[in-house]
Structure formats: C-alpha cells, structure tokens
Design a binder for this molecule. Structure first.
Ligand code: GLC
Ligand code: CA
Length: 534
C-alpha cells in the first residue's frame, strides 16, 4: 500500500523560523474583504477593522493579494508601481498601520509579490517599448523582429509598439515578462541570466522586497515564482536565482517568510522558499484531493486518498527538514470548496483534514464560514470563471452582508444572492457552526506540537481506502489519531498494532473509537470525522 515510515519536517531553518511551525495563514482578497469607506471596494482600513475577528479565529499570519498601483486588468496582478498602495485600497501609511495593528495582535503580514511581470502601463515597460535604446530596453524580453521570431514555449505579443520585436507575456498579453534571462540562450535576442538587464531586474526585485520589509511586512507570497528564467528545464536557473535573492534579502531580514506559487514544493524549497503550495497545476495530487469530480472529498466516494497521498509523501520526503508544504482550503484562482453541491458537513470533514495536516495551513477568506462559489458571474478584472470565488465576504445579516454601505450596484462584485447565505455573526454565535469547528481545530493545533507543521505524519494502512482515511500525528510523547470519512457510506476502520493507554475524543462527529485487544476499532457514519488523543 504505502509507506508507514514516520515523516517529520523537522528543523526548518532553525532559530529564525520557529514561528512558521505554528502558523495558520489566512488569505485576504483585499477588494472583497471589508469596505471601510462605502465606495463598494474592500480596503486596508477595512482589513484593520477585522483584525480582531482574525485574532479570535486564531489566525497568526495573513497574506494579502496584490494591493499595489495597478491597471486592474488582472485584479492587481498587473502592477504599475510596486512602491505605492493602490488608492482604492488606501495609502502606504494605511499599510504600515495594518502591519503595526496586526503585530499588536500577534498576526504577521505577507504581501503578494508579482515578480515575473508588470503591467503594460508600467512606466518602465513604456520606456522599454520605445524605438530608441534606453536604460529599460533590456528590462523586458523582446525578440528582434515583430514579424518573425516566434519561439516554442513562449507567448509572444507582436505589433503593439513601434519597437521592432515582440515581447514575451507571462499570462495575459498585458503582463509582459520581466527579463531575468534565458537558461540557455540560443537566439541573439535571448540574454543570459547574468546580462546587465536581467541583473538590474534582480536588484530591483530585492529593492522592492526590502522597501516593504523595512516598513514592517513579514514576508511575501511570490506570484508565478517558477516563471522567471525562460526556457529553463527543471527550473535550474530559476532555482539559483531565488537562492541568490533569498540569501541577499535574508541577510538583512532573517525572520521573513518566503512563500511561492510554484506548484512543486521540491523545486521551490530547493530554491529557498519556506513554503510552497500543492495546487491545481504543477506536481498533481491536489486536484485528486479537492477539485476533481471523483476527488477524495466527495460524498460519492471518489477515487480515494491514494493519488494525493502518493504525490504528497514523495514531496514530503524531498523537502523534509528544509521547508513546508501547504495544502490550502482554496484560493482566488480555483473554485471554493463549497461548490458542486458540497454542504457545511462536507466542509467540516475537509477542515478537519486541513488543520491536522503537516505543513502550513492556508484558509482562503470566507471558506471558514462555507461561502459558496458563485457560478455564472460576469467576469471582473480578468477573473473569468475565477470570479465566483472572489465575491464579498459575508459578515452579518445587515446591508450587503456587512461588507459595505455602498449601493448594491456599486459593490466590487455581487454578493451570494441566497437568503440563507452564511455569515460570520450568525456562525460565531452558534457552537455547531463551521466557523466554530474551524476555530476549535485551530486552537487544538496551536496547543499541540504533534499537529503542527513538523509533527510526524504516519498514514495508516486501512481497508476501503477509497472511502476513508486514517493517520497519526505525533511529536515527543504526544499522539493523535485522525479519521475521516467524507463519503456518504458508513465505514469502519480497524487499526492494529497500536495500544494506547488512553483514547479520548477531541473533535469528533459521527466517529467512535474504542480499544479492542491490541487494536483500535473505529466506526464511522457517512460524512464523519474524529480527532482522538492517544
Ligand atoms: C498567479 C495568480 C493569478 C494571476 C497570475 C498572473 O497565478 O494567482 O491570479 O492571474 O498569477 O499574475
Ligand atoms: Ca473602500
């Protein structure tokens, strides 16, 4: 079946990174979180107003999606000025104040760093597009002819300026790739990684990071971190580039968290990142857990935990002791977990998993109350089908669910139209709510080293693995047994060879466990979970 060797993720950058062991992250999409001034768009003062809520929930780090000056064709992932907060979110001073207020509550703040591309409206791209050579000519990747020169594996945008050449775009055509060089240049216009343009871009990136770190920011989630060096098999040169940047920045700021959107923790952690995600792209496994039609977290039983686990264990072995893997509840690019008919009971099983799993848990805003993915919304700021995961946070029963005092038509995106849409206020007051479940799990994790980032994970071989899953987490003499049955079918698990002195249920629903001789017998109704202290 699979390896039952204990896997620890011990000694992550000792001394400096102790705080990551206990970290529970919360991702804030700033335009949809809380609008403090009634213009219909969430903002930084709004986030400050909600810090007490995050503290109550047990969150100790937030990651805020891009909040810099932008043309907002891709919701801020098209930056015009990396040194200025977008006016719609407030001022730089508001962001400094957010850091201070968050720190007072024991919460760290990570920003989103779009390292690989700017917007076409960035003054440097405009300079780079000019015909005459200037200091920015080589800061983006231009081919030598606007007519030919197409290259495999690169997306070329041609004919948008009088400069003869096409530029390489990273994602959408308005996101020109910054020039960090090519791994093996084989065209005259492809520059090596140590050419002057690429080196200037590296320096600039460090300058941006240090600017915000100097104002109290605690780290960055780096957008498309894998994308910097072009035509780079195995991302070897990109890995070296990040090692270099990380080393330089950490020399001044040793305690920061660098989190990558890479989708391959083995590569990303080798590159010096502290955390990388399993995602909808990259190494695989996450879709088999959360997203596919037959994924593990489906009532229909799905294909079991096997595919996810195989991928996870491989990555865990490769990154052991060096960095953390994150399995997030969702994010702004994928469907929320509350989609495709999933109910709050299903979400409780999912969160039991996410918050008892090693590494760094990330909760996407609103997932903790079971906000729905809203299908069929008109695309907003390049959201397309991602738009349905980006609707305003639902705080209470008041106007616009407490998100904003603006007229409904002026909201950044429409709210979930359902009358029974979940909200924070209602769930905070209801002991059986998803929100209180998440809060209890976070509290248990924070006081139990075995459940934290580096506690050992021991998956248990059990029958009917297509329906359910059981594993141990342990550290020193502390040990937990976790059982999950997301399927609608009742199930039972017999775990042999563990003779606990004690077996006490901590956070359970529909799962009962008792010691029988040398075994533990667990009986589970459909859609159930149990966290037992052994
Ligand atoms: C990342 C972001 C996504 C954005 C893209 C281009 O994948 O998460 O939202 O569209 O990069 O910057
Ligand atoms: Ca606002």
């Amino acid at each position: 079946m699979y390896n039952t060797m204990p896997l620890t993720q011990k000694g992550t950058r000792p001394n400096s990174h102790a705080w990551l062991k206990q970290a529970v992250f919360y991702q804030i999409y700033p335009q949809s979180f809380c609008d403090s001034n009634g213009d219909g768009i969430g903002d930084i003062p709004g986030i400050i107003q909600k810090l007490d809520y995050l503290k109550w929930l047990g969150i100790n780090v937030v990651w805020i999606n891009p909040c810099f000056m932008s043309s907002f064709r891709d919701a801020g992932y098209d930056v015009d000025d990396y040194y200025r907060v977008a006016p719609r979110y407030g001022t730089n001073r508001d962001l400094y104040r957010l850091c201070r207020e968050a720190h007072r509550r024991g919460i760290k703040v990570c920003l989103d760093l779009v390292a690989g591309h700017t917007s076409i409206d960035h003054p440097r791209f405009k300079a780079s597009s000019r015909v005459g050579r200037n200091r920015y000519s080589d800061r983006y990747i231009w081919t030598s002819s606007a007519i030919s020169d197409a290259d495999k594996g690169l997306s070329l945008i041609q004919g948008n300026s009088e400069r003869d050449g096409g530029y390489v775009a990273n994602c959408f055509p308005f996101q020109p790739a910054l020039n960090y060089g090519f791994a093996r240049p084989d065209q005259p216009w492809q520059q090596p990684v140590d050419a002057p343009g690429p080196l200037e871009n590296r320096k600039e990136l460090i300058k941006i990071m240090e600017y915000w770190l100097g104002h109290g920011v605690d780290g960055f989630r780096v957008d498309m971190a894998f994308s910097l060096v072009k035509l780079d098999p195995g991302h070897k040169e990109t890995i070296k580039l990040w090692q270099d940047i990380g080393q330089k920045v950490r020399a001044h700021y040793p305690d920061i968290a660098l989190i990558s959107e890479w989708g391959n923790p083995a590569e990303a952690i080798a590159a010096g990142f502290d955390i990388d995600f399993m995602l909808h792209f990259g190494v695989g496994g996450y879709p088999d857990l959360m997203l596919n039609e037959n994924c593990f977290f489906r009532r229909s039983g799905g294909a079991g935990i096997g595919n996810f686990l195989k991928s996870y264990l491989k990555l865990a072995a490769k990154t052991k002791g060096k960095g953390l893997i994150s399995v997030p509840s969702g994010n702004h690019d994928i469907k929320r977990p509350r989609a495709d008919g999933r109910t709050v009971s299903d979400l409780k099983v999912i969160f039991t998993f996410l918050l008892t799993w090693p590494g760094a848990p990330f909760i996407y805003y609103g997932d903790e109350i079971g906000m729905r993915y809203i299908p069929g919304l008109e695309s907003k700021e390049g959201g397309y089908d991602r738009t349905g995961s980006r609707t305003p946070m639902q705080w209470d029963n008041g106007t616009n669910a407490g998100f904003s005092t603006a007229d409904k038509e002026r909201l950044y995106l429409p709210l979930d139209p359902r009358r029974n849409r979940p909200n924070v206020e209602k769930q905070a007051g209801s002991p059986g709510s998803l929100l209180n479940h998440v809060r209890r799990l976070i509290a248990l994790r924070k006081r139990s080293p075995a459940l934290q980032a580096e506690g050992a994970l021991i998956p248990l071989p059990v029958e009917n693995i297509d329906r359910h899953f059981a594993y141990l987490r342990q550290a020193a003499d502390e040990r937990f047994l976790i059982v999950l049955n997301p399927s609608a079918t009742p199930s039972s698990v017999r775990i042999n060879g563990i003779k606990p002195d004690n077996l006490s249920p901590r956070i359970c629903h529909g799962a009962q466990a008792r010691v029988e001789g040398d075994d533990i017998q667990v009986n589970m109704v459909g859609v159930s979970y149990g966290v037992f202290k052994l």
